[in-house]
Each structure stands twice: as C-alpha cells, then as structure tokens.
Ligand binder design. Structure first.
Ligand code: AMP
Length: 528
C-alpha cells in the first residue's frame, strides 16, 4: 500500500475538497451571525499558518486559544496544526492561579481570545510570562483583530510536513489534585480518534448531519467533533453563548440534527422549553457525557425521538472511551430497559480496551459479570502515555492507564460507572478539588478536621458538601466557615452545605475515607 502520513492537515484538505460548500454558521456573543464553509475554513487556516510564521513561530511552538465555539476558533484548530504548531485550548472557567500555571507551563507564545475574555487577558497579562502576541477573535479594540491579522497574508502556503507522532493540541486537566496536567494529542492519535468517532457506534455522522456542539472547544478537544465533523463534511452551527433560548432558536432555524454537551446543558434546555410551553427541538441524536446522564433526562429525550448517546471519556483519553446507543438486543428490550441501559456509560469503541481491576490489588483483573466493581483502566492509540513535561509515564508497563473512576463491566461490554477514587468533584462538567477545599477549611481555627465530598445534585450533577468536626470548645457555624472560604477559593467552589459531625472515617493508612463518608450519607439530598 502507499505511504500516507497521518496528519491533521489531511482532514481539512479532504473537507475543503469534498465538502467545500458545506456551511459553518456562527452566532457570535453580540448576536450577529456569520457563515463560512469548509473551503473558507481551509483558506483562513492557510492564512493563519502563514501569519504565525510571520510572527516568528516555529514547528512545535504552542499557540493558546481562550475562546468559545466559533468558526475562527475552528480555523485555529487547523491553522496552528498546519504550521506544525500545537494549539493549547485554555478553559476560561479556570481561576487565575490555574490560568497562570497552564499558560506558563505550556510556554504559549501567542494567545488568541474572544473579546468577552478581555478582562481575563487584562488581569493575567503580567503573569503570563511567555506570551508575546495577543490576537482578538472578534474586535481589534485592544489587540489586533483576527480577521485583519490573517488578512495580511495571501494564503499561498504549504502545510508543514512532519511525523505522525508530532503533537498538534494540548489540553490541561484539573481533574486531579495538585497543578493541572497537560495532555498532548498527536496528529496520528487525533486522526484515529476522529475516524473512530464517525462510526455508527459513536457519533453516527453522515454528510447530512447538522451539529450544534455545546461542549466547548476548550474542553477535551470538544470530544473530537471538529475533526470527525470535517471528515464527514457535516454542517456545524456554533454559538458563543449557551443561553437555551438562543440554542433552541438556532436548532430549529438551522435544522440541527445532532448536538453534544454535558447533562447540565440539557437540563437548562428542558427548563426553558417547560417555561415557554414548547417542545424540545427535534434532534436525531444527543451525545451526553462528561458527567453521568440522569435517567429522567434520557427518558425525556428518548420520548422526544432523540437517540441518546451517553458517552464516557476523559481529557487523557482524547476523550472518547465509551459511547452508548442501541445494542443488538435493543428490539427485545422494553422502553424502561432501554432507558436503564442508556443510563450506563456505553460500550468501548474500536481502538480502546477497558478493564476493571481490584481496588486493593491492582494486578487482579475482575470478571465482566455485570456485578463486580473495580478500578477502571484503559489503553489504546489515543490514550495518554505521559503527561506533558512529566518525568514518568502515567501508565503501567502494559500501557494501562488508571482512570480514577470505579465501575462495572457487563457481559455485553457495557460500562457502568459507580464511583470515583480521585479526590475531585465534578459540578456542571467542571472540576472542583475537594482537597483544596478541605485545606482551606481547616485553616479556620474552629475546624479540627474537614472532609469534602460531592453529593448528587439535580442541576449540577454533583455539588460539594463539607463535613466538619469542630475544634474542642468551638461552636463555629456553617455560615462562618463559608465566609472564611470566600476569599480563598473560587465562588462556584463554595460548598452547598456544611454539615457538622462527631468524627470523620479514615482508612487504614490514616487518610480520610470518602467512600465510607459517602456510604454513611448515602441518603443525603441537595435541593436544586
Ligand atoms: P475530563 O477530563 O474533565 O473530561 O473528566 C473526565 C472524568 O469525567 C471521568 O474520569 C469521569 O470521572 C467523569 N465522566 C465523564 N463522562 C462521564 C459519564 N458519562 N458518567 C459519569 N462520569 C463521567
């Protein structure tokens, strides 16, 4: 067979050649709309690659984006990779210390941002020591405007060639304790992940698909949609705001068939439709992941005729690991049974392998019996090997990456997540470090010990609840503790409740046993 180097540029070349006039619509933050197409995206990506070189950037250099979902962000995905660079998609929801750490750690040289994030740029400019150039995606008020900047080039450019294993994107995950960690995606891993994402068992795209991705382009490569979508030549509809009224109107007007996002997004959409007394949009498929998709959500979407693709993955896994959808026994299942099955996290797509191992003895693989739960491990061509700049591999000698999730594997391959060993809480798709919250809490003189766990929440999936053992003689109140925490942590990290207890359970090694604590409060309920 012929030689073919797996590079991301082949994806945009294909999209422009075979699906050139297929539209890419953007609804900007100020309410205006623009339309381009796959040919236009490629043309601008060539110009962007040229403009980056004109700034002196070289192969391997990192370019940051601080942006919502839009066509110019999409241009950057291909333009940066096209000049041999690495796009660092920065999550604007991180707080300042994390933003400082990741941009400096990635050594980003250029930062392209949305005007709505100008306050972040103003605040952080002094602290970002490696950024030499700022470009604004949608206005030239404080930095050169993206369109003007790439407009200085003629687009007569050849993509930079290189190895399949060259990096093309870096995403940081704060889903661990300590500093965020960088996960670098490579041309080859990205391409394979995108091909796998196309299959009916995953996104099920055809050229007739019209996708409005709500999952941000700054979170885990937007689940690889901008690549898989280009391969299939789908129409993209992007929105810079996540207001359900805006999304709803766009979905109807642009005849959107597919969407993707965390459960919280759908919940907001349900509430909007209920308030307005209108039907849900007639979507063919909704990919839901990032957090467990609640049963009632699946039921409502399925009754709406929407296929629910409940997916599990991580930044470290590019991110698709498993996706749910109709299985071979679907016809024999009742509606209830279908909902139950969809509430699990789906089945691994070709390319990745999953296994569960004993939580106390990680060498013992557990049976796929639909009963036994254990630590979930994964390996495959788009699964992390080593974090960016780390000294050691993140996997064992056989390539297994320990996900920090706990689950059950069913005999038909379906994954069912049951718990998490990592000490973090996921609220509305974003991470909260329970350890940092605890450390901040024990800084209060009235607190002897504090443990923070994520409790189920109807809107945010999980919210932090702080369990506190008062110091001897103290009668500190929950409100006083929250006041103490306010200057120390981001506002959305503040616990939803503070509960006082006589003791906090510990493991044999003296660590706080979150599992026992969760078991003890298994009936605990938070209100919306
Ligand atoms: P991130 O790297 O931020 O995408 O987060 C990955 C983590 O989110 C996983 O390790 C899980 O803990 C959680 N997660 C992702 N998808 C699901 C899902 N469908 N159900 C439950 N938890 C999920």
């Amino acid at each position: 067979m012929q030689e073919f180097t797996m590079r991301i540029t082949s994806v945009i070349d294909h999209a422009a050649r075979e699906s050139g006039p297929r539209e890419i619509v953007t609804r900007w933050a100020d309410g205006s709309e623009t339309r381009t197409d796959w040919s236009g995206i490629r043309r601008d990506a060539l110009k962007m690659a040229q403009a980056l070189e004109a700034l002196g950037l070289k192969k391997g250099d990192r370019v940051a984006s601080l942006a919502m979902n839009h066509s110019r962000h999409l241009v950057s995905w291909y333009g940066v990779a096209g000049m041999g660079g690495v796009l660092h998609t920065v999550n604007p929801r991180l707080f300042d210390d994390q933003l400082e750490y990741i941009v400096n750690h990635a050594e980003d040289k250029v930062l392209c941002y949305d005007a709505m994030f100008q306050p972040i740029v103003d605040r952080m400019k002094e602290r970002w020591t490696t950024v030499e150039h700022y470009i604004c995606y949608d206005s030239g008020e404080h930095s050169p405007a993206f369109e003007d900047w790439i407009g200085t080039q003629n687009g007569d450019y050849e993509w930079v060639a290189g190895e399949e294993t060259d990096p093309c994107m870096i995403c940081y995950t704060s889903g661990t304790t300590g500093n965020p960690k960088g996960v670098q995606y490579e041309h080859r891993s990205t391409l394979m992940h995108a091909i796998a994402g196309l299959q009916p068992a995953a996104f099920n795209f055809s050229s007739a698909s019209v996708m409005l991705p709500v999952v941000p382009m700054f979170h885990a490569a937007s689940w690889g949609l901008p690549y898989a979508g280009a391969m299939a030549g789908i129409k993209f509809v992007f929105s810079c705001v996540n207001d359900p009224a805006v999304l709803h109107e766009l979905m109807l007007r642009e005849k959107v068939t597919d969407s993707a996002g965390v459960p919280t997004v759908w919940l907001a959409h349900f509430q909007y439709c209920d308030k307005e007394g209108i039907d849900l949009p007639p979507l063919k498929a909704a990919t839901i992941g990032g957090s467990a998709c609640p049963r009632f959500m699946i039921e409502r979407l399925m009754k709406n005729g929407t296929r629910v693709q409940h997916a599990w993955g991580m930044t470290e896994t590019s991110p698709i690991g498993t996706v749910g959808g109709p299985t071979w026994d679907w016809e024999e299942l009742s509606f209830e049974e279908r909902v139950n099955k969809t509430a699990m996290q789906g089945r691994p797509i070709f390319g990745v392998e999953l296994r569960t191992v004993d939580l106390d003895d990680m060498a013992t693989e557990l049976p796929r019996d639909g009963k036994t739960s254990g630590a979930l491990q994964i390996r495959g061509p788009w699964i992390i090997k080593r974090y960016f700049k780390a000294e050691e591999d993140a996997v064992d000698a056989d390539g297994w990456f320990d996900t920090g999730d706990v689950g059950i594997i069913h005999p038909d391959g379906t994954l069912q997540l049951t718990d998490r060993t990592k000490d973090v809480i996921k609220s509305g798709g974003e991470w909260i470090s329970s350890v940092e919250l605890e450390n901040a809490a024990v800084g209060h003189a009235g607190v002897a010990e504090a443990a923070c766990v994520g409790m189920p929440h109807p809107k945010w999936d999980e919210r932090p609840v702080l369990f506190v053992v008062r110091a001897e003689g103290s009668n500190v109140t929950g409100d006083e503790i929250v006041e103490h925490l306010k200057p120390l942590i981001a506002k959305w990290w503040l616990p939803d409740a503070v509960e006082f207890v006589d003791d906090i359970p510990h493991t044999a090694t003296g660590k706080i046993s979150k599992k026992d604590l969760r078991d003890r409060f298994s009936d605990y309920k938070l209100e919306a």
